[in-house]
Design a protein around this ligand. Sequence first.
Ligand SMILES: Nc1ncnc2c1ncn2[C@@H]1O[C@H](COP(=O)(O)OP(=O)(O)OP(=O)(O)O)[C@@H](O)[C@H]1O
Length: 373
Amino acid sequence: MTATASEAGIPRPRKAVDNPPAEDPRDVVFSVRNLWKVFGPKAERIPEDTELTGLSARELRERTGCTAAVRDVSFDVHKGEVFVVMGLSGSGKSTLVRCLTRLIEPTSGGLDMDGEDVRAMDKSTLRELRRRRAAMVFQHFGLLPHRSVLDNVAYGLEIQGVPRAERRERAAEMVEKVGLAGLENRRPGQLSGGQQQRVGLARALAVDPEVLLFDEPFSALDPLIRRDMQEEVVRLHEDEGRTMVFITHDLAEALRIGDRIALMRDGEIVQLGTPEEIVGSPADDYVRDFVQDVPREQVLTVRRAMRPAEDGETETGAALTPDTLVADAIEAVARSGGAARVMDGKRCLGIVDSTCLLNVVAKIDAGRGEVAA
Ligand SMILES: Nc1ncnc2c1ncn2[C@@H]1O[C@H](COP(=O)(O)OP(=O)(O)OP(=O)(O)O)[C@@H](O)[C@H]1O
């Protein structure tokens, strides 16, 4: 039997997510406005000086000795989403995400978490924010080598002053949650890289933060373990609806786990959208190059492929949900030998037949919008 795209484990959007601003301001976790981070001498003058802001990264470096790692970036992270920050090495991903909790101090711009001005927070409020509200999971797990897995996981709670019995109980729950039950008493050195990363994840989860911030957490892992960890993140996200900001330079990883992806280049966000938007409607040639090798049928859905129904077509044929992947629709159409209907409950949104599905694969749907629902 043919494996479906999702069985084959290839990049796919987990669900269709539109990209509107959150309607209710309470649905915004981080709100970032015109944020700059400039490294170098007299960095503060750069964002204010229109002559300098117009320069390319190289010209700016040559003229001023400064690097604008984050340049005039604005976006919201919505509650419950996996927000991926993607880009090549040096594009500004780590700097941007570290600015969110002021591990790196922004040079200028607005930054709110849950409506509170993060840039105005004093040291102790910030410390609390990092400990309890926005926990970071790093590539180098930062585990304490002489402590057991359980005590490593409990560490964040220990810092918070949670009593021993309670923190060990909570830590044991997290160890179980990330699939490490039975290994509680090992030392980090007795674990594989993937297992160590799970300990890092459990430790971040133990403090029950509102947001998890991941800085390339899986890039040191071998591909199979990396896939396991990605699935773990997706599972945690789906089970708990936890908000996550996830840095990666790996497009497949971004497409696999992201609800929305911010694609960075030279400190700027060149496109912010769902995996389907980024792959289906790249904002410019840079993004187009970036995504050109992605198998489109494994990312794009029938929403993008469908055409309006003609007389009689709304009544018969296989029924697909609007977020069915084109790859899966191809299989359905091939098996049934006829066109399939894209159904939103009882409403037929459109039709996909072999021609429109092939058009997606052959990239000849470029510029075409979705059929209005
Ligand atoms: N402390 C610093 N001082 C000066 N320049 C810096 C500093 N930290 C980062 N930069 C520069 O800022 C730019 C963005 O760096 P950043 O680490 O945020 O990129 P990145 O996309 O996370 O890269 P990578 O994927 O390699 O980690 C780079 O040009 C980097 O050299």
